[in-house]
Ligand binder design. Sequence first.
Ligand code: DAH
Length: 340
Amino acid sequence: MQSKVAEIRKSALEACAQAETLQQLSDAKVKFLGKKGELTLVLRSMGQLPSEQRPLFGKLVNEVRDELDSAWEQRETQLAQAEEERRLLGEGLDISLPGRIIRRGTLHPITQIINEAKTIFMQMGYEIVEGPEVELDYYNFEALNIPPDHPARDMQDTFFITEQLLLRSQTSPVQIHTMERRQPPIRIVAPGKVYRADSDISHSPMFHQIEGLVVDRGITFADLKGTLQLFAERMFGAHTKIRLRPSYFPFTEPSAEVDVSCIICAGAGCRVCKETGWLEILGSGMVHPHVLEKVGYDPREVTGFAFGAGIERIAMLKYGIGDIRLLFENDVRFLQQFTS
Ligand code: DAH
């Protein structure tokens, strides 16, 4: 009977090694080790042996069973792995390929500059307001002290929709809407889109401005200057200087154009500032008494200052962008450079 066990052991080990699938392996297990399997049957027939031989025989069978169990276990692991590999290959899925990165979007540089400007003014106690992009002639021109035949209309190539309706050419009409709605004190900034029939490397038919307006008792030109100085420092860096040049806008008197010290050469003179050391960034002035009167304010009681800056111009200066059209082409390679 011992030789019978040896035989079973040998053919079981062979069957185990030859099994090519988990199914074959498990069939072979039933055949040799199952309830009616060959090894089990031999064990059952142990009664035929003389009783003194039984313990030794029992021990032998158990050893063989243990050996076969671990042989099965090993083969099972191998086959399971092989089957998993076959399955993955069949799926055509290569799990060793690097994953696909989901790129995060970034805010458009114009949006970033608007957000920065809003934050700077909010920290100074300003409110953010908005106004319509389709405007009446009255708000875009007339209430801003620009009557129908005023030559200042020629400075802005306006898109007219009808004789009275137009795409706003500046954010200044928001000043009028705001003053019509409320009483001083007023301290607002109004960012938004404006439109002019103009297109080249520094002009786009649609662009953005941010308008500021402060009206209260006793507001002076010094308040305007201090406010713009702080804005320039926050926007362009702590060492930025500003310079006010006399200018003309129909809705302010006196008016000033404001330059910042060149952010490229810090005032030494370079290509960007055309060797002047200065860069123009906005228009400003004390609100014209006519404008205050038109909205029903008394210019002897309250005074105010206003300013308007081009957002694209600030972005181009700040980021060294040479052509305004880059801002509107939406080339991802360009936009990705402005991760905040
Ligand atoms: N609206 C003017 C423009 O688009 C800019 C401007 C100048 C706005 C002076 C103002 C200001 O509020 O006071 O050219």
